[in-house]
Design a protein around this ligand. Structure first.
Ligand SMILES: *Cc1c(COP(=O)(O)O)cnc(C)c1O
Length: 369
């Protein structure tokens, strides 16, 4: 049935071919040293990512989920506490809260930005609320000023989920530098991706950084000395070396995503398709180019037939996932998240798309009737 793939949803090949020599050299360097955990590569990447973010501390960890979990733990957030998360996000944000034993409190997104609606946060705050976890979803920065104002009025921590937005700017300042801590994922498909699982937390606070590091390293502050019941979530040397090879290209890759996005935004003209909105405070990095269409599944099938890969982020909102059945939510409880889950379609977006591929996607989306 399905045609030959002309434009995949995502491809890592263009970048990997460009950086082939650097990535192989990174492997060789680590392999020659025979040192795989907690070494110079980890230290070097942490320093360069902290520098990229403009923060003093970066702690590498096993993945993005753990970066969020370890940050929550570092602030002592756990059982009996509540944490506010957007109702429209990848499930990892909510799972981080669940893992530390806190209650997940969903707040609806704004239907234009798809990010948490700051005007709805205050109503969700209770005496048990300890933190807000804004997610810069699809590479679009959240409206941080009102979020930080609410947090400071209620004495809440802010932990930014930056897994989809490495390098995005809010009012000319990097996301990940507003909250008390921020978690990044370097899952291969993210804007900055390792060749496997990897993540990092960043913060301005030395003590918080030390706690995150200890919690991710068996609760150990120095070897065989354990102050917390920690877990094992460290950034391994190989992934750190690959990330160091890719980091210098992150801004250039994001710039290229912005070029693809601006061609899509200019070229796609179809009354059935709602294009993404970019707020005036935002310089997005387009992790995902999210359009909406009432006949989303038909549009996806039409594009698949034309050899264009698409994806849905995400087809089932978290409050209706089996994993959260215990929260007792039902259809209709978070209508905006539900609407997005039923209508969102992600178009191909990756570094190295050719002009021909971009034009072909635009042409086919415009043909859908
Ligand atoms: C990918 C992602 C995570 C988790 O990152 P992993 O590295 O896969 O654990 C967390 N939050 C969001 C919004 C994500 O997209």
């Amino acid at each position: 049935m399905s045609a030959q793939v002309k434009v995949p949803f995502v491809s890592f090949k263009p970048l990997e071919q460009e950086l082939d020599g650097d990535l192989r050299a990174a492997f060789e360097r680590v392999y020659e040293n025979s040192w795989y955990i907690e070494g110079s590569e980890d230290e070097k990447f942490e320093a360069s990512f902290a520098d990229y973010e403009g923060v003093p501390y970066c702690v590498g960890c096993g993945n993005g989920l753990d970066a969020l979990v370890l940050s929550l733990k570092a602030f002592g957030i756990g059982e009996g506490d509540e944490v506010i998360v957007p109702s429209n996000t990848y499930i990892a944000t909510a799972l981080a809260v669940t893992y530390v034993g806190s209650k997940v409190v969903f707040v609806e997104p704004d239907i234009n930005t798809y990010n948490i609606d700051p005007s709805l946060i205050e109503a969700a705050v209770t005496p048990k609320t300890k933190a807000i976890m804004p997610v810069h979803l699809y590479g679009q920065p959240c409206d941080m000023d009102p979020i930080m104002a609410i947090a400071s009025a209620h004495g809440l921590k802010v932990i930014e989920d930056c897994a989809q937005a490495h390098g995005a700017l809010y009012k000319d300042r990097k996301i990940g530098t507003f909250g008390d801590a921020a978690g990044f994922s370097f899952y291969p498909g993210k804007n900055l991706g390792a060749l496997g699982d990897a993540g990092a937390a960043v913060t301005f606070d030395e003590e918080v950084a030390a706690k995150i590091r200890a919690y991710g390293n068996y609760g150990s502050d120095y070897k065989y000395h354990h102050i917390y019941k920690g877990n094992n979530s460290r950034l391994d040397e190989l992934q750190a070396a690959f990330l160091s090879a890719k980091l210098p290209h992150l801004d250039r890759m994001n710039e290229e995503r912005r070029r693809v996005a601006s061609l899509y935004l200019e070229g796609i003209r179809n009354p059935l398709v709602t294009l993404p909105f970019v707020a005036d405070y935002a310089l997005p990095v387009w992790h995902i180019f999210a359009v909406r269409c009432d006949r989303r599944d038909e549009l996806a099938a039409f594009l698949a037939e034309a050899g264009i890969g698409t994806n849905k982020h995400y087809p089932i909102p978290m409050h209706l996932q089996g994993a959260y059945a215990d929260l007792g939510f039902k259809e209709g409880d978070f209508p905006i998240a539900e609407l997005i889950s039923k209508t969102e379609l992600s178009l191909p977006m990756y570094y190295g798309m050719t002009d021909e591929q971009i034009s072909y996607v635009i042409e086919k989306v415009n043909e859908f009737a």
